[in-house]
Design a protein around this ligand. Structure first.
Ligand code: ARG
Length: 247
């Protein structure tokens, strides 16, 4: 499970967490997964608004997939979530500044569009430079993520597949026109994710790198086989014993 590192600022203890899968409302159902390991990019939860606000949660046992529980695709490291691209953010966080989500706590979604780095950097300009780092991605709606949405996904549909472009990280207020929502940029961390989860599927052809490797292994042996065949044939034809037997 991909989430934000700052979500663990209260506790980094795996046994303090439950992972509820396939639910649309916040309920304390008795069916949940327990956590085996929390892997934070920075090793520990950083201060709000810092770089590397991303974490992986390894569950204690494999998940049974269903129509309600499905994995999202990871983008390629080179994927481009271009400015203006339409994406969706979901969560059970505040529905506005100072407005917590009300019962029955239904999952909320907001359509947002990716904001170019320059515009976002200017929006968050501070006396000591911009607060926007290269591993952050900004998006604005009218809608936005808000308090308690952190760690949730920002997903974009690319050629028919949903890819996770961001992880809800921070923002000034919520839904302010001049203050885009800021996300951990997933493409900046896909290599780190693949390092920890080698079997994590990307969105592209994962098996392809094997083709040149197999070819490199098989072509020399095929060549050797051919050469030895030719040498054996030569020996056979010119061998004296063989010549004698033909007499
Ligand atoms: N840091 C907040 C949290 O821990 C998320 C804030 C997102 N804010 C925004 N305007 N997009 O839940």
């Amino acid at each position: 499970v991909l989430t934000a590192a700052h979500c663990f600022s209260g506790s980094v203890n795996s046994s303090d967490y439950q992972v509820h899968l396939g639910e649309l409302t916040v309920t304390l159902s008795p069916h949940f997964s327990t956590v085996k390991r929390i892997i934070m990019y920075t090793g520990s939860p950083g201060p709000p608004g810092s770089s590397g606000d991303i974490a992986l949660v390894q569950l204690s046992s494999p998940v049974a997939l269903s129509s309600q529980v499905q994995p999202v695709c990871l983008p390629e490291a080179s994927a481009d979530f271009y400015p203006g691209m339409q994406c969706w953010v979901t969560g059970w966080g505040y529905t506005g500044e100072g407005e917590p989500l009300k019962p029955p706590y239904n999952l909320q979604e907001a359509k947002v569009s990716v904001v170019d780095v320059k515009t976002c950097s200017q929006a968050y300009n501070s006396p000591n430079g911009s607060l926007i780092q290269p591993d952050m991605l900004c998006a604005r709606g009218p809608g936005d993520a808000c308090q308690d949405d952190s760690g949730g996904p920002l997903v974009c549909q690319v050629a028919g597949t949903w890819q996770q472009a961001g992880v809800v990280s921070w923002g000034e207020g919520c839904g302010r026109p001049d203050r885009p929502g800021v996300y951990a940029r997933v493409t900046a961390y896909v290599n780190w994710i693949h390092h920890h989860i080698p079997e994590a599927g990307g969105s592209g052809m994962q098996g392809l790198p094997w083709a040149p490797l197999l070819a490199a292994l098989f072509w020399p042996s095929l060549f050797l086989l051919l050469v030895s065949g030719v040498l054996m044939a030569k020996y056979w034809l010119s061998s004296p014993s063989h010549a004698a037997s033909e007499l």
